[in-house]
Design a protein around this ligand. Sequence first.
Ligand SMILES: Nc1ncnc2c1ncn2[C@@H]1O[C@H](COP(=O)(O)OP(=O)(O)OP(=O)(O)O)[C@@H](O)[C@H]1O
Ligand SMILES: [Mg+2]
Length: 360
Amino acid sequence: MSPTRTPRLEIRDIVRSYEGRPVVDHVSLSIQPGHVTCLLGPSGCGKSTTLRIIAGVEMQDSGTIHVDGQLICDTVFRVPPERRHIGLMFQDFALFPHMSVGENVAFGLKGPGLEKRARAVQLLERVGLGKYIDDFPHRLSGGEQQRVALARALAPRPRIMLMDEPFSGLDNRLRDGIRDDTLALLKEEGTSVLLVTHEPEEAMRMADEIALMREGRIVQRGAPYNIYNAPADKAAVAFFSDINVLRGKVRGALTDTPFGHFLAPGVPDGAEVEIVFRPQHVHIDFDRGGKGPNPTAIAGTPARGIVERARFMGSESLVEFRMDHDQEMLKATVPNVFLPKPGTPLWLTVRRDRCFVFPV
Ligand SMILES: Nc1ncnc2c1ncn2[C@@H]1O[C@H](COP(=O)(O)OP(=O)(O)OP(=O)(O)O)[C@@H](O)[C@H]1O
Ligand SMILES: [Mg+2]
């Protein structure tokens, strides 16, 4: 067994209310040294407020914050923001316009000028901007300014970096490259990162662990693979992709649907469940004289639908069906090009191991 390591950052039971409404509602999180955790959730769920509390620019109503096992903040004791060894990077990062790029990077450093300059040179070279050290920030592009801001935040060697949607101001083409470079640099420096985003792709790309937040609470934590493949509830599935939903009533731990039986272990008789699955897990078969493929244990029973619309999306095609059994719509995606004509009858199956069954 590996020894338990002291987390770099640990927050416990943080609560913050505005006008009697809890905006951060008993949030607990821990981040190991050198790890990246993404706080992922919809707009207004309390992500930035959580970050501001950790940074120390806002006070929690209750709960504690520890860095490397040392208390830095509870409701009585409070280490000021500048002594927390925490770096910040926000979307609207602003470089100081009257200082050179090098002076910007060295701004938070203490000690002799030569040492400060050496650290600025080291970081600027690392982000590919060494030659701009004596220029003023306005000469740089948005992406370059972003990298200077990263170098500035990393210069004092923070133990933790808090990043609030730091890439959302960049255009798509730049974003992927800067994201990957930023991640590589943070890993090299051994900094633990708490990154706020409302984009699931960004979280999947950056995170060692995702903490899914909704209405002030962490609803699920885990590696990206686990969150995607073992989501806690319907909303957690829907956060990462389009979904299809079937409803059914449970009898003897099974629910019967037009796609066959689904297991509903532990759900009492008569209770309703929702069966949730992603469009990419719907399998499509051709109609053979009014019949589909034979039922199997893994794929269940095929159900017939009529193509309503099919669209090519670039790397995949999206086909929308109106189902025979209830006239409801169901979506399927297929890799590459598959564009059946509207009105075509096709048979759909859903693999059991790709479905999530949730009590309603
Ligand atoms: N100073 C404040 N006074 C009153 N309400 C506030 C204050 N700051 C934040 N809120 C409210 O708290 C909620 C959470 O805000 P927060 O900025 O933490 O959300 P967020 O998850 O970062 O959202 P977004 O993705 O849009 O940035 C919002 O409903 C917001 O209106
Ligand atoms: Mg925010």
